[in-house]
Write a new protein. Structure first.
Lengths: 421, 139
């Protein structure tokens, strides 16, 4: 049985008892399980790092995503969707969508709305719609996704979504840098168990807004926004992002691939990659012995522009300083090499070496959009610092992201998912 | 159902300690107060895994706040009047920097970072730090 079938069974219970949310479209997910070997399908899509539709993006990896009216061949391909291993679920600007997708509603046809917040206090706002999602030969049926900035009537964006006012919305191409975000991280849904009760959403993520007043509903897992990969009939246990090496100083564009499944076909074997199991938050542990030996949360995030690694004060002895004209970015006088140790909850531990150059110099090469040595502050001191291995990490590597709840590679305990590289 | 329009105001940075209990109500959490050398710490722990810490100076004002949570906290409520400092900084922030939000002004130091289901950060008011207390206590 697939995850989806399991959660659909849960949906029925919540439907009757808790929320009255209605999944308008039948769940029609097909199962590739049951012990039979599915016929392999094309499982690779092209990925490109370029300046995107705004011509301003750096270190953003884009792919095309096809969405369809559920159960039909009425489809549309959306270009320039940013890949994000730091979140889960598809979010597309409603302005880029021609299809009139069904939405998830309660029994009074109030549409389920979502405020999806990013850690820098930016957010996307819009209803939860349902589409079939096609990537290469893979199809995920009736997937809840977010339609960003869909026109709504009769209610304002809830105040809890406006953590810092309207200035940080990602509700336009200009602000988002693309037509959407494809979250392919290691969680099956964007919220999970906390949103299946109204009281545990603090602040609220999902909303129903009858009579112009937004309320917080309990949202069963099946109705939350889903990482579409886990809903594929096959190749649904994770992804492999493969990008070629680029030179220090950057490169104009980079072409690579996103492959679905881990160890399910001949083109997605783990090979020599080391498996680092993540914790319940989606983190591994990163230690940096050179300055203090403290262990920090670490994560691999294509949605992050740089290596956000510790902070300039902590790294001062290494020669790291902040850019005077762009605080937050690092501007060492010459590139600084770091070797850290990453450790998974499964006990796997391994060194990782990377370099951080001068952000001013890098951004000065205007023709380049891909940089493997761009870095900046993760925090303002040990207590808030972490190791965010953003896009620079991914160049020249095969990086696997294993999804929570799927079968981990043989001999590995990874109940919350894993990274492998 | 929680009706957002009627949610009470949170305790906020720069205001008096008495407002901390409002945070506890909003977060539906358990509170633990601890007297430390030179300041007082209130830690609110919610069943969903949210931990908010509020640091109170001897004259009774909240000089620092930190959080680690599965949801992005409502910074406007946590920061009170200091949220305008952050809003101004956000406006001038380079769009090219998709990473943690870091604000350092004379009035406020703030960082907000992490990723989906893992939000962490802190904020403090340098001018409200008690004598001989480092900003690093806010963690």
């Amino acid at each position: 049985m697939t995850l989806r079938n399991a959660s659909t069974a849960t949906l029925g219970r919540f439907l009757a008892v808790v929320t009255g949310l209605i999944f308008l479209v039948g769940c029609g997910s097909s199962s590739g399980g049951g012990g039979s070997t599915p016929t392999p399908v094309a499982n690779t899509v092209a990925v490109e790092v370029n300046s995107g539709p705004t011509s301003l993006s750096v270190n953003m990896a884009f792919a095309d995503v096809t969405i369809c009216m559920p159960g039909t061949t009425n489809c549309q391909t959306i270009s320039n969707v940013e890949l994000d291993t730091g979140s889960s679920g598809l979010r597309v600007l409603s302005s880029a969508v021609n299809l009139t997708l069904p939405t998830i509603t309660d029994s009074s046809t109030n549409v389920l709305q979502e405020c999806f917040q990013f850690a820098d206090a930016s957010y996307t706002w819009g209803p939860v719609a349902v589409a079939d999602i096609q990537l290469a030969g893979e199809t995920a049926s009736s997937v809840p996704l977010q339609l960003i900035n869909a026109p709504n009537t009769g209610f304002a964006v809830p105040s809890s979504c406006l953590s810092l006012g309207n200035g940080v919305s990602l509700n336009t191409v200009a602000a988002l840098g693309g037509n959407g975000i494809l979250g392919i991280g290691n969680f099956p849904q964007d919220c999970g168990g906390n949103c299946t009760s109204a009281s545990a959403q603090l602040p609220s993520q999902y909303f129903l807004c009858p009579s112009g007043v937004c309320q917080v509903p309990a949202v069963p897992l099946a109705d939350q926004v889903w990482n579409p990969v886990v809903l594929f009939a096959q190749d649904n246990n994770g992804v492999l992002l493969s990008l070629p090496s680029i030179p220090a100083g950057g490169q104009a564009t980079v072409s690579g691939t996103l492959t679905f499944g881990i160890g399910t076909q001949t083109n997605n074997a783990l090979g020599s990659a080391q498996v680092y199991a993540t914790d319940a938050f989606g983190n591994i542990q990163t230690t940096y012995p050179t300055t203090n030996g403290v262990s920090y949360p670490g994560f691999l995030d294509t949605g992050s522009t740089g290596f956000y690694f510790l902070d300039a004060t902590t790294l001062g002895p290494t020669g790291i300083i902040e850019c005077s004209d762009a605080p937050g970015w690092y501007c060492p006088s010459s590139p600084v090499s770091f070797t850290v140790t990453n450790t998974g909850t499964n006990g796997t531990s391994g060194p990782l070496t990377f370099s951080i150059g001068n952000a001013d110099t890098l951004f000065g090469t205007l023709a380049n959009t891909a940089f493997n040595d761009l870095g900046g502050d993760s925090g303002t001191g040990i207590s808030t610092d972490y190791a965010d291995f953003g896009m620079p990490f991914f160049y020249g590597k095969n990086v696997f992201v294993g999804i929570l709840g799927t079968t981990a590679p043989s001999g590995v305990s990874a109940p919350f998912g894993y990274y492998a590289y | 159902m929680l009706f957002l329009g009627t949610a009470p105001a949170w305790a906020v940075l720069g205001e008096y300690e008495s407002s901390v209990s409002l945070d506890q109500q909003v977060l539906r959490g358990e509170i633990r107060a601890e007297v430390r050398q030179g300041y007082k710490l209130h830690q609110i722990t919610s069943p969903n895994g949210t931990i908010v810490r509020e640091y109170v100076s001897p004259d009774g004002k909240v000089f620092g706040i930190s959080w680690q949570a599965p949801f992005m906290p409502n910074l406007q409520q946590l920061l009170g009047s200091y949220s305008t400092e952050v809003q101004q900084a956000v406006q001038s922030r380079a769009r090219r920097n998709r990473g943690p939000l870091i604000v350092r002004t004379d009035k406020l130091v703030l960082v907000s970072g992490g990723h989906m289901r893992f939000f962490r950060g802190r904020a403090y008011v340098p001018s409200l730090l008690p004598n001989n207390i480092s900003a690093e206590v806010v963690q």
